[in-house]
Design a protein around this ligand. Structure first.
Ligand SMILES: CC(C)(COP(=O)(O)OP(=O)(O)OC[C@H]1O[C@@H](n2cnc3c(N)ncnc32)[C@H](O)[C@@H]1OP(=O)(O)O)[C@@H](O)C(=O)NCCC(=O)NCCS
Length: 208
């Protein structure tokens, strides 16, 4: 089983590790940002997205490993529209309820826990050690950074970014494209597009 990864980044290395520890026997990177790059750590970089398209039949699956939520969204859609088989990658040490759902193109890293009836949207990243409690709903192309915790029933929109070590109280609603600073504790709903930081979390640049 051969996996193509678009995005020869540090994040891509973690995706490659998770892939080779699970179902994939070979990983090859592609990247448009660094045309002269030939290696990403121990893995080969075989060109950019043009080369990926021409070599697509040589791969059993493809995934986008780009941390920026908007860019990951755009690139995954391009690959799907071109008819490529976009897959998810799940580290073998992640614990995922049989009653949870994981969207296409998502990555679930080592030690992450996704509990019963939680839903993780397409193209999302559940990073190392992150906890998604029961009945949470995570929109497409979101990123839950390492050791972040979403308590039961949290609803996060599309392209939400939860920083490392942040905690979200049960049933809180995070609007589309919300960012939560690392280490923050979010107790109340956050409107779309806003950034909150601190303990308890407040709107960034807000006087309140
Ligand atoms: C929230 C965040 C996105 C803001 O980034 P930014 O817009 O560049 O903001 P700045 O660094 O300019 O900081 C703006 C203000 O917010 C404060 N602030 C920033 N992040 C904070 C945080 N996590 N907790 C508390 N305060 C924070 C800064 O101290 C600064 O305060 P000041 O204006 O009183 O000096 C960023 O700090 C952050 O936490 N990112 C998450 C990083 C992460 O988890 N990475 C994991 C990747 S796998």
């Amino acid at each position: 089983m051969r996996l193509a990864i678009l995005g020869a980044s540090g994040h891509g290395k973690v995706v490659a590790d998770a892939a080779t520890l699970s179902d994939w026997s070979e990983v090859v990177f592609f990247d448009d940002a660094w045309p002269n790059l030939t290696q990403n750590g121990p893995w080969r970089v075989a060109g950019g997205s043009r080369e990926l398209m021409t070599q697509a039949t040589q791969f059993d699956g493809v995934i986008v490993a780009i941390g920026n939520n908007r860019v990951r969204n755009a690139r995954q859609r391009e690959l799907k529209d071109a008819g490529l088989n976009v897959v998810s990658v799940i580290h073998p040490s992640a614990v995922i309820s049989p009653h949870a759902s994981i969207g296409v193109g998502a990555v679930i890293f080592a030690g992450a826990v996704i509990n019963a009836c939680a839903r993780v949207g397409a193209g999302s990243i559940v990073n190392t050690g992150a906890v998604v409690e029961h009945d949470c709903s995570i929109g497409e192309y979101s990123h839950l950074s390492p050791n972040s915790v979403l308590a039961g029933g949290v609803s996060a929109g599309r392209m939400v970014w939860v920083g490392a070590g942040a905690s979200i109280k049960q049933l809180v609603v995070l609007g589309d494209e919300v960012s939560v600073g690392m280490g923050s504790v979010v107790l109340n709903d956050v409107p779309a597009g806003q950034t909150v930081v601190g303990v308890p979390a407040r709107l960034l640049n807000s006087q309140n």
